[in-house]
Design a protein around this ligand. Structure first.
Ligand code: SAH
Ligand code: SF4
Length: 379
């Protein structure tokens, strides 16, 4: 059976063509599935009956199953979605007065093994399909619309200013859930197409952000194929330190990564790159390192987003204290770099950055190696 959730518009046009149908059928299907949230072909009333029957024979609209649903004290909501065979991923909705951001997963686990990341510690099982990626957005809109609470209780401006397509609960998507999105490139790009398509979710490119730990060749391909807003997980101002925190740095060192960022900028929907920098006590949070960071990024139009480390059991790291974070931020700000400190959301339900663990049947033997006391980082 073909899962129609795996197709972007181009692929649906081709599929309809193969069934002897006109291209506008693809548009109708997209709208039924993604905008009306229908999964039963019989309910798609403006499709010819014959076409609906043909669809029932060869296609389905199949979503990952919701396994659990938790709401944190601050309104952040986290769902666990089953992806079969004992695997599950998490997605998180962060409501704010003027927007609703969905943090979407791209893989079951992550093979890149950053030392401070809970997902990285889980090992890796597989890439998510397009249906499993876009299915997160599909579900979040449905579940939030169905919820008894208004996701935007404080908002009075949004309805007037946004185009109708963005009046749904999810106005922004960040690919910052489990996994490295650029390591699942083709499925990512197809899912991004759907997020941007006016016949599906109609989000603007600046409301969709891909966060990457720095897969340089894939970053160049993203620029060519689907340049959305970009966040780059930097975390250290020199290779010696970044090698320890973000092991992929050994393959794509900082200099190559920054060059790729500069190449990305002309195509990007915003005129700056966001660098993410997790604040780890006594590891990467000194004033001297802040000064080194200033020197490093001084020629790249960027913003810095400092993320206070979110603890998980056995991480071996601690969050920098507020004073250290403040001092670090001041050095950057004094050098003219716009710097924000990310507010920790949803940590009482383990929904904060880097705490997403899902259920990962590790195929990389990384978890075994660690249990046997061997280094966990693949070299
Ligand atoms: N794989 C991508 C996107 C997912 S992680 C990436 O690495 O960019 C989203 C962000 O959360 C990244 O900047 C990541 O480095 C950060 N992060 C990971 N673990 C964290 C933790 N324990 N505390 C705070 N931030 C963390
Ligand atoms: Fe993977 Fe990102 Fe976690 Fe690194 S920080 S292990 S790239 S999910």
């Amino acid at each position: 059976m073909i899962n129609l959730l795996d197709f972007n518009k181009t692929e649906l046009v081709r599929f309809c063509g193969e069934m002897g149908e006109k291209p506008y059928r693809a548009r109708q299907l997209l709208r039924w599935v993604h905008q009306s949230g229908k999964t039963e072909f019989m309910e798609m009333s403006d499709l010819a009956k014959g076409f609906r029957h043909k669809l029932m024979e060869c296609a389905v609209v199949q979503l990952p199953e919701i396994v659990s649903d938790h709401t944190a004290g601050d309104g952040t909501r986290k769902w666990l979605l089953s992806t079969g065979a004992g695997n599950a991923v998490e997605m998180v909705f962060i409501p704010e007065p003027s927007r609703g951001t969905l943090c979407v997963s791209s893989q079951v686990g992550c093979a890149l093994a950053c030392s401070f990341c809970s997902t990285g510690r889980q090992g890796f099982n597989r890439n998510l399909s397009v249906a499993e990626i876009i299915g997160q957005l599909w579900w979040a809109n449905r579940l939030l619309e169905a919820g008894s609470h208004d996701p935007f209780p404080l908002d009075t401006t949004r309805v007037q200013t946004d185009k109708p397509e963005t009046r749904r609960p999810v106005t922004n998507v960040v690919m910052m859930g489990m996994g490295e999105p650029l390591a699942n490139f083709e499925n990512l790009v197809t899912a991004l197409d759907l997020m941007l398509s006016d016949d599906a979710y109609g989000l603007s490119r600046r409301r969709v952000t891909v966060s990457t730990s720095g897969l340089v060749p894939a970053l160049d391909r993203l620029r060519e194929r689907c340049p959305v807003a970009l966040a780059v997980s930097l975390h250290a101002p020199n290779d010696a330190l970044r090698d320890q925190l973000v092991p992929i740095n050994k393959k794509y060192p900082i200099r190559d990564l920054l060059a790729a960022c500069e190449r990305y900028l002309p195509a990007a929907p915003r005129d700056f790159i966001t660098f993410e920098y997790v604040m780890l006590k006594g590891v990467n949070d000194s004033v001297a390192l802040a000064r080194e960071l200033v020197q490093l990024v001084r020629n790249v139009p960027c913003k810095l987003n400092l993320i206070p480390f979110n603890a998980f059991s056995g991480s071996g790291y601690e969050r920098s204290d507020a004073e250290a974070i403040g001092n670090f931020r001041d050095v950057l700000m004094q050098a003219g770099i716009v710097t924000t400190v990310r507010k920790t959301r949803g940590d009482d339900i383990a929904a904060a950055c880097g705490q997403l663990a899902g259920q990962v049947r590790d195929k990389t033997r990384r978890t075994n190696r660690r249990e046997a006391g061997q280094p966990s980082v693949a070299r």
